[in-house]
Design a protein around this ligand. Structure first.
Ligand code: FES
Length: 98
């Protein structure tokens, strides 16, 4: 059986997702907490819609979306895009690219 990812950031597979449902986690917050989907770098932008649809198709509760949280430290977009080499000293001095 091939490995089907439902969350690329946290390496959550369809098997992991369905296992969580089989264990009785049937609302989106509980499935998120059990599998870790939606907690990666993109904070769910790449997987929440898919996981919500998969859960709804399996009879789960997707009425209460979970709270996504921004990165703990402000992050320059150039950092996320891999366009800039920024040292921690530059970031601390406010010289990071914006
Ligand atoms: S794809 Fe799931 S958190 Fe990014």
């Amino acid at each position: 059986m091939s490995k089907v990812l439902v969350c690329r950031c946290e390496d959550v597979t369809l098997h992991d997702f369905e296992d969580a449902i089989a264990r009785g986690y049937v609302d989106i917050e509980s499935v998120k907490r059990y599998t870790g989907f939606g907690t990666g770098w993109c904070q769910g932008k790449g997987c929440v819609a898919l996981c919500a649809r998969l859960l709804a198709e399996r009879g789960g509760d997707v009425t209460m979306p979970f709270t996504s949280r921004p990165p703990y430290h402000p992050t320059a977009l150039a950092h996320l895009a891999g366009l800039a080499e920024v040292s921690e000293a530059d970031e601390a001095a406010g010289k990071a690219p914006h």
